[in-house]
Design a protein. Sequence first.
Length: 264
Amino acid sequence: MVAVSIVIITRDQSEILVECLDKAKIITDDIVIIDNGNTNNQENIYAEGCRVFKKNWDGYGANKNKGVLVAKYDWILSIDADEVPDDELIKALHNLNYTNPAAVYDIKFRTYFGDKMIRFGSWGKDHHIRLFNRNTVRWLDTTVHETLVIPPNVQVEKIDGYLHHYSVKDAVEYDVKNSLYAKLSAVKYFNSGKKAGFVKLYISPVFGFLKNYILHLGFLDGREGWQIAKITLKNTQRKYRLLSQMQGIKPQKQVYKDSFAIEY
């Protein structure tokens, strides 16, 4: 076992969570699950040895921090309930030297649209910092697109292997999920003082589509690549349209000194 706590926030993710927990048990003896409520008897699939904490939903970053606080170890591997570490990543975690708390580890992703692994577009290039020491790094208490606040002296390092992200089953689920994210993102942007001008409303969605579908070769993923690019464009339009409707009230801007943030 590795002296790393795996923290998972979950709700209604039983299909992938079973495989996720099977792999997690190979890595560590401390699996922390923050259960944000469920409707499908999810408790029955929690692996033996998991520590389960039922918590109210306060946002992605906030609920991940709840798990970090109750973790057994200082080193935290943050995994979502629809993500599964592969054998190469597990091996790398077992061989890693955990003596430098000022290091964080960037993990590559392989993301799936239904049963198809997406190789191109923005999904094909996906990677995130998911392994860190809680005495150095923390999650920002945001409602959406969880953000790591990282001091400037921290060193970002790569690690072998992948987290396999089973993101959505089909275009309908992706559109519904993006609609929710658009609303949450609009509120977040509003509270941070962002504005939805002409460029954000009309240029950014089109540029994002062209970048994802053409420049990053999303068209090579076939129908799925087209659906991802199209719905992503629609989501960008949604969030900035909602933000434009909210403008007119001065938001409370948060400032974080002596650190930089990495948003997911």
